[in-house]
Design a protein around this ligand. Structure first.
Ligand code: SF4
Length: 317
């Protein structure tokens, strides 16, 4: 492992308390840098995040569109709702612990909604009054469920939206931890909020892979492996917890290296295969996907036009 880097955003000045009051989550989630390569068909990314690893292993073709070509995707209700709820929880945890009341969370949600009211991720949804009311009600439900799951006044948080990165060989692994806290014994706990549905048992381990990734980053950057990682599914109130081990952290190193080799190979040969699954139903690039009779080479021009049209509320069908 080479150089270690911790990226911190605004609000970090008070020592170990790495709070952020910055941009909406969606503006900082992931930026895949592109590096020069000798003569690959596509430029090889120089960094990977958990979501990018998952994207490549789910469907290499989608990875090409989103992470190599970096084509824009029209905003979606679920993603924007998730970003707003994450922001509301971030605003709540900026407050001193005793002030994290249900009323404070309601105010934080109102503030987050206000911040997003002019954001392309919200404006681009083109919600009419009825849809906007439903959207708001769904956000309310998620924060109510959150309060059923834990008491925020008891959480000893030490970091919010903590950006971390570590180099493994020439590759930079990076991620943003929703919340870093200390348990009663002073041990690190990583918490990740999820606003989508909890996975079935079959997909549970897959969903934990991203959190193990954060354990890997904590150990690399802070020199300490978290005692626990938690996924809080606000849609159904379920929490999935796991205790990272030396083996699970090592597995991330090995798995990421393998994924990275596959990414390099795909960029060098240009062979990004489509992998059809139920995720295709939500894929923004379906019309250019060869598995659906599309021409991937048309995406570079047409996806940008489709994105602009979607923001303008024009029909792109
Ligand atoms: S439509 Fe399905 S197979 Fe095609 S790029 Fe999207 S996820 Fe992959």
């Amino acid at each position: 492992m080479n150089a270690l880097i911790v990226h911190r955003t605004r609000g970090e000045a008070d020592g170990a308390d790495v709070r952020t009051l910055g941009c909406p989550v969606s503006t900082v989630v992931d930026m895949t840098d592109l590096a020069e390569a000798t003569s690959p068909v596509w430029p090889i990314p120089s960094s990977l995040s958990p979501s990018r690893v998952s994207s490549f292993t789910s469907c290499p073709m989608q990875f090409r569109f989103a992470s190599v070509q970096r084509l824009p995707e029209p905003p979606g209700v679920a993603t924007t709702r998730g970003s707003i709820v994450h922001r509301a929880l971030e605003l709540l945890f900026v407050l001193p612990a005793p002030e994290r009341t249900p009323e404070a969370l309601a105010s934080a949600l109102a503030e987050a909604l206000d911040e997003y009211s002019t954001h392309p991720d919200y404006v681009g949804l083109h919600l009419d009054d009825a849809a906007a009311t439903k959207f708001r009600a769904e956000c309310d439900k998620l924060i109510e469920r959150y309060l059923d799951m834990e008491d925020p006044t008891t959480i000893r948080d030490i970091g919010l939206e903590v950006r971390m990165a570590a180099n493994v060989g020439s590759l930079e692994l990076r991620g943003i931890i929703d919340r870093l806290e200390l348990d009663a014994d002073g041990e690190l706990v990583v918490t990740d909020y999820k606003t989508g549905r909890a996975p079935s048992g079959k997909f549970e381990q897959k969903s934990l892979a991203g959190v193990h990734f954060y354990s890997f980053l904590c150990e690399a950057v802070l020199g300490k492996r978290p005692a626990k990682v938690r996924l809080m599914y606000l849609s159904n109130g379920e929490t999935i917890e796991t205790v990272p081990s030396a083996q699970s952290v090592r597995f991330i190193d090995t798995r990421t290296a393998a994924v990275w080799k596959a990414v390099e190979r795909a960029c060098t040969t240009g062979d990004f295969r489509p992998n059809q699954s139920r995720l295709c139903d939500w894929c923004s690039f379906q019309q250019w996907c060869p598995a659906f009779g599309g021409d991937p080479d048309q995406a570079a021009v047409e996806a940008v036009a489709a994105y602009d049209a979607s923001l303008d509320g024009r029909d792109t069908a």
